[in-house]
Design a protein around this ligand. Structure first.
Ligand code: ATP
Ligand code: MG
Length: 409
């Protein structure tokens, strides 16, 4: 059964052409403002079956929020039609739908009324909402005094406690603290088991992998992928990479890095590996002068900008003559989890560090994690087993017990 059917939807926004022009210039134009059309969504078809959890990926400005707003009815698509089956609740932008001057309690009632829910029904659910949002002491405060985390908690609590058949969630899960995020994800899973339909916009690939059974990728307002979460994540990363790679700086100086090759186990246009696989980095450089004590430094930076690894590799005391050289560094095992990592390289002479050549932000590799783990690094797992019950008499030494064979775990 179909929960959402969107056919040929487009959204065109009118943009003012010279937003920086002065008031005088605008007056001279006698109020005739020049506009340009911007297509935020291009003729999109999307059908979501009841009970599906659809992840929506795409980089900034690709049209994700516009799509959800069209589905929720906040925006009217310029062309096309959307049919929905059942009650819809959405958690879109931060604080959207809240009146800052009113209290949390008043906002809950207004939000519910907006969703067509009767006063008796909301009264019955009120305590559950406040409880889920953990806003007991603050519910009678005006929401303008709330932190962004408190806004999200209240918005999410309202959306999920109003018994929607379709739930739309835009990014906001990332705002709350980790404990609250876990609680939201648990509730999303419960919703899935109840057969409800969920659409989640997120930049977090691991959220898509964990909770979605299907994902789409938007790129400049078009749907460029629709399928299994793992495939969509890969395509999303390829598009993201494409838009970052035009920002390469020129290399100058007596020592220049000419190319860096990252060789993983996965072929194709994107160097990639699976967690735990080896990775070889080859740095090619040209020196105009001899390098007395050559050193290559490499660092690996996460999508969030955190340095995951950095090291200098001393290439010994033998000087390298002027000319072209290649140095390869073999990592026998890369224990990173899911992500697109940036590799920064540097070549220098330990005795003349001022002539260092740096290449940053230009080389990337992808790690795909075929397992169930998520987080930052992969931990090796040994035995996983159920231990004997704790209520055994304390004086029996542990070796006297008979652990169950962990086979099948
Ligand atoms: N009301 C509006 N008026 C004009 N342009 C708009 C409006 N809303 C969105 N846009 C433009 O439409 C494009 C798509 O915006 P949208 O908010 O859907 O992107 P997004 O994929 O949600 O991005 P992000 O990841 O940054 O949230 C953007 O270029 C944005 O500037
Ligand atoms: Mg958005």
């Amino acid at each position: 059964m179909e929960a959402i059917v969107a056919e040929g939807i487009s959204k065109v926004f009118k943009l003012h052409v010279n937003p920086s022009q002065s008031m005088k210039e605008r007056l001279v134009r006698l109020g005739r403002s020049q506009t340009r059309e911007f297509i935020a969504l291009q003729h999109m078809d999307l059908t979501v079956q009841s009970g599906e959890t659809l992840g929506i990926l795409g980089h900034n400005g690709s049209g994700k929020s516009t799509l959800l707003k069209c589905i929720s009815g906040i925006l009217k698509p310029t062309t096309g039609q959307i049919r929905l089956r059942g009650r819809i609740a959405s958690l879109l932008e931060l604080g959207a739908g809240f009146h800052p001057e009113l209290t949390g309690r008043e906002n809950v009632y207004i939000n519910a009324a907006f969703l067509g829910i009767s006063r008796q029904e909301i009264e019955r659910r009120f305590d559950a909402i406040v409880d889920f949002a953990e806003l007991d002491q603050f519910i009678d405060e005006p929401v303008k005094h709330y932190s962004s985390g408190m806004y999200v908690r209240l918005g999410f609590a309202v959306a999920i406690n109003l018994d929607p058949d379709i739930l739309l969630v835009d990014e906001v899960l990332a705002v709350g603290d980790e404990v609250f995020q876990m609680k939201c994800l648990d509730r999303v899973r419960q919703f899935q088991q109840e057969g409800r339909t969920i659409l989640v916009v997120t930049h977090a690939a691991d959220v898509v992998r964990q909770v979605c059974n299907r994902a789409i990728v938007l790129h400049h307002g078009e749907k460029v992928a629709d399928g299994k979460p793992g495939d969509a994540i890969r395509i999303f990363r390829e598009h993201l990479h494409g838009s970052l790679s035009d920002t390469a700086p020129a290399d100058e100086g007596p020592l220049r890095i000419t190319a860096v090759e990252v060789a993983g186990t996965r072929g194709g246009p994107q160097p990639g590996i699976e967690s735990g696989d080896p990775l070889t980095v080859t740095v090619n450089f040209t020196a105009d002068e001899p390098i007395e004590q050559p050193t290559v430094a490499l660092s690996v930076v996460s999508p969030e900008g955190q340095t995951m690894y950095a090291a200098d590799f001393d290439l010994g005391k033998t000087a390298l003559p002027p000319g072209n050289h290649s140095v390869s560094v073999q990592f026998t095992e890369v224990p990173l989890l899911d992500g697109r990592y940036t590799l920064n390289s540097r070549v220098f002479d330990r005795l003349h560090t001022d002539s260092a050549a740096t290449r940053a932000g230009r080389d990337q590799f992808t790690v795909l994690n075929p397992g169930i783990a998520h987080g930052v690094v992969s931990l090796r797992v040994g035995d996983v087993r159920i231990l004997p019950a704790h209520d055994a008499p304390a004086d029996i030494p542990p070796q006297a017990s008979h652990p169950t064979d962990p086979k099948g775990i």
